[in-house]
Design a protein around this ligand. Structure first.
Ligand code: NDP
Length: 255
């Protein structure tokens, strides 16, 4: 792929890249020519994703790591630089949720969600920053949610983590603009993945309620993230930083 979206010669880390939205973004980056490090805890899933990505003609490696663990993250960055030579793009996508109202959520549950969704972005961004800076240009994409914007009685820690990720994005965008590192967030709407398949099993009528509330009239698909991730990873977005872009079929603008 030539032109402003060309990612040949670039190396991207995609946390949670072994499935769901992360894999959708990894597909986009690989199709634009980037080499990919797929990061997750499930080694078998990550190896399957790597086989899928190398089939698209790029180099890919699986890195088994818990992104909420500082030691794992340091080792992950070292392994990516050791194996793929550099880091140009970091996508902080790994995430999870625990469905409980605020008065029933335990401290350990709060910490698990905040650590997985928010502290992980801090750890990975800080660990990758020296490599991004020394490359002379870099891109970080953080994955938020509709709950970066809206309230939800059932997801207090998730909403706090996803609101926090937007403000963390803005802070890093301001801090690292002089290093030519752009930092942006993507806010997915309701996307068909393992995460929401679990929610659909628990909540009667969720599938149809999402359809009725989404102007596009459908659930999102992981393929909906290939283009936006490629744009935010490429030189086409060099003057775009600190933004939080909904990819939601219009969900966030529906009255
Ligand atoms: P999935 O459950 O399909 O994927 C989650 C990914 O995160 C998996 O690859 C998982 O890999 C990885 N992961 C989770 N915890 C850790 C950890 N501690 N360390 C390393 N990797 C981890 O979810 P989605 O694809 O739906 O979600 C991706 C992101 O998008 C999340 O941040 C989510 O909050 C966000 N999002 C999703 C929406 C949706 O509708 N699906 C809506 C809004 C936001 P492994 O199990 O191998 O560790």
């Amino acid at each position: 792929m030539a032109g402003p979206f060309d990612l040949r010669g670039k190396v991207a880390i995609v946390t949670g890249g072994n499935g769901g939205i992360g894999l959708g973004m990894a597909h986009g980056l690989a199709d634009a020519g980037a080499d990919i490090a797929v990061v997750g805890r499930n080694e078998a899933k990550s190896k399957a994703a790597v086989a899928d990505l190398t089939g698209r003609g790029v180099r890919a490696i699986a890195v088994t790591a818990d992104v909420s663990d500082k030691g794992d993250v340091a080792a992950m960055v070292e392994r990516v630089v050791g194996n793929l030579g550099r880091i140009d793009i970091l996508i902080n996508n790994a995430g999870m949720s625990i469905r409980k109202p605020p008065h029933l959520l335990e401290l350990e549950e709060w910490r698990e969600v905040i650590d997985t969704n928010l502290t992980s972005a801090f750890l990975c961004s800080k660990a990758a920053y020296p490599a991004l800076k020394s490359a002379g240009r870099g891109k970080i994409i953080n994955i938020g949610s509709m709950l970066s914007i809206f309230g939800a009685s059932f997801a207090p820690a998730y909403a706090a983590s996803k609101g926090g990720i937007v403000q963390y994005t803005r802070a890093c965008a301001c801090a690292w603009a002089p290093d030519n590192i752009q930092v942006n967030a993507i806010l997915p709407g309701w996307i068909d993945t393992d995460l929401t398949r679990a929610a659909r099993k628990q909540i009667d009528g969720l599938h149809d309620r999402v359809l009725a509330r989404t102007p596009a009239g459908r659930w999102g698909d992981i393929g909906d993230f290939a283009g936006i991730a490629t744009f935010l990873s490429s030189s086409a977005s060099d003057f775009v930083t600190g933004t939080a872009i909904p990819v939601d079929g219009g969900y966030s603008v529906m009255a």
